[in-house]
Structures are given as C-alpha cells and as structure tokens.
Design a binder for this molecule. Structure first.
Ligand code: GDP
Length: 290
C-alpha cells in the first residue's frame, strides 16, 4: 500500500513508528483510532469497524514481525490485509454470455449504470444489449435509449407498454444476438411491496446469471434494509456503487456487501457512459482511509 494514499492523521500516527522495531499497545491504539475515525466518517457500519479494529489490534500485538521488518511496515501490512478482508475482492464477471439484472431504488443510478456496464462490456469485445423495463419513472425510456446511443450499444424498450415482465421477455427475444443482456428495472422511492413483487416477476422471467444492486455512494446505513430485501427476493451477487465522483466515500455499501454476502462489482464515477470502473480493493481502501 502506498503511504501517500492514506489520510494525514493516519500517516502521521504511522510516521511516529519510524525507527521502531516493536509496536507498543498505545501505538496500536492510536493507529486503530485513526482508522476508526476515517471509516466511520466514510459511512462504514460501526460493527464492521469494531470487528476490523479488534482484528488489527490482536494481530499487530500478537504476530511477530518477520525478521528485518520495521514496526511501521508490520502494522501497515496488517492494516492492508484486514482492509482487503473488509472490502472483499471484486465480483467475478466472466467475459461470456450472460444476463445481468439491476436492482435498486429510484435515483440510485440504475439506468445510467446499465448503459455504463454495457459500454464496459463492449470495450471488452462483447456485444451487450440493455433492456429497459422501467415503466414507472417518466423519462426512463428516453434516458436509457439516449445513453445507449452514446455508448453505441443495442437497446430495447417499449414506451407504450406498462408491463415490465412482458418488456423483459420481448427484450430478450429481440436482442437474442447479443452476448450480454443487462436488464434495467424500475425503482421506487422506498422499498414498497409492489416494487419487490415486480422485480421478483422480472427475475423469474429473465432468469439472470447475476443480479447486481445499484447503490448511491451516499447511502449510509439505509443500505442494510435494501440489501436484505433484494437479497431475499432475487438474491444479490454484487454491488455497483454510484456517484463516487462526489464527496461520499461509499462505505455504506459495505453494509450491503456484508448483508448479502456478496462483493463490489463496479464503481460509478460520473454522469457519462465511460465513467465506470471495475472495483479494485486497493484504490477503494485508500479512498476509505483518506
Ligand atoms: P435510476 O432512477 O436508478 O435509474 O437513476 P438514474 O440512472 O436516472 O440516475 C439518477 C441521477 O444520478 C442522474 O442524474 C444520473 O446522471 C446521476 N448519476 C448516476 N450515476 C452517477 C455517477 O456515478 N456520478 C454522478 N455524478 N451522477 C450519477
């Protein structure tokens, strides 16, 4: 881990270890406090922060640093390993034929993310198609169509239909030559029963290979309920965190990852179709600690 990527206070606590070959309990306490401060202000759930703190403390004090390792390098390695454990690896996304179903509340960035993912798969040499089943939000059809035009990917939707399940079925048939089908769904402002019932029906109609939950980076602890509901209705294999170009650090999404026993697949970093990154632990860790 590059030290420059860490927050100033954590870096200065680590700098105090310069020249030391052993860590004292108070050294470890100070470092763990700085980490806790950063993670809590990045919206990481308190119980996850506490679990991480305990593991770092016990490992830093109990594990013998390998010969020649300074106290600072020893603790840094432990912090990094425990942080990787916390954020997890990125969701596996084989570059092959597949159907991806997107779930999430209205405004989370689903429609934008559908086009972004399609763009991402097209850059990997696959032929994606976006199917827009959101008949609830006015403008969703036009928005998705325009974004797919910008991404230069196939699009299917039916502005005259109010039956998302039928659109999903017809969309799969109409785009059967595509390799990757990305099915966008309607959101609501809250987790209403009709939203869950609708996405369950779409899920059984399209039989996705994976369902991804789209979460706004600013979600905070609201992620827990959403994650639980979507997990129990359709099963969540991965998360896309959007709007990471803003000030929110996206730590709340880790609650969803934890709740669904899944992982992070993509990060959204802007409003255009190219503003998508595959999740990669070290950059995200630096961001959370920074
Ligand atoms: P949906 O209701 O879940 O389909 O959400 P939309 O895709 O319509 O996105 C809601 C708003 O968030 C739109 O104004 C998008 O341009 C914006 N948005 C989505 N993803 C990002 C992102 O990664 N960064 C920024 N800055 N805005 C985003």
């Amino acid at each position: 881990m590059v030290l420059d990527d860490l927050g100033t206070s954590l870096r200065s606590s680590l700098d105090k270890l310069q020249g030391k070959s052993r860590l004292s309990e108070s050294d470890v306490e100070e470092i763990v406090k700085e980490i806790q401060r950063s993670l809590l202000s990045a919206d990481v759930d308190v119980s996850l922060v506490m679990e991480l703190s305990d593991s770092i403390k016990s490992r830093a004090l109990e594990e013998e640093p390998p010969g020649g390792t300074t106290a600072k390098d020893h603790v840094l390695k432990i912090v990094y390993e425990e942080m990787v454990e916390l954020v997890g690896d990125s969701t596996e996304l084989p570059l092959e034929n597949q159907t991806i179903l997107l779930a999430g509340l209205q405004g989370s960035g689903k429609t934008t993310s559908a086009a972004k993912m399609a763009w991402w798969f097209s850059k990997k040499g696959l032929r994606p198609a976006v199917i827009q089943t959101d008949t609830f939000r006015p403008g969703a059809y036009d928005q998705a169509k325009q974004m797919c035009e910008r991404a230069e990917v196939e699009f299917y939707g039916d502005p005259d239909s109010d039956d998302p399940v039928e659109i999903a079925r017809e969309g799969l048939a109409a785009t059967e030559d595509a390799d990757v089908h990305i099915v966008d769904t309607a959101g609501r402002h809250a987790l209403e029963d009709d939203l869950i019932a609708e996405i369950e029906e779409i899920e059984s109609a399209v039989d996705p290979d994976r369902s991804l939950l789209v979460l706004d980076a600013a979600i905070g602890q609201g992620a827990k309920d959403q994650a639980r509901q979507f997990e129990s209705s359709i099963g969540i294999e991965g998360v896309m965190i959007t709007k990471l170009d803003g000030t929110a650090k996206g730590g709340g999404a880790l609650t969803a990852v934890n709740e669904t026993d899944s992982s992070i697949a993509f990060l959204g970093t802007g409003e255009t179709v190219q503003d998508i990154e595959r999740f990669e632990p070290s950059g995200f860790i630096s961001r959370l600690l920074g």
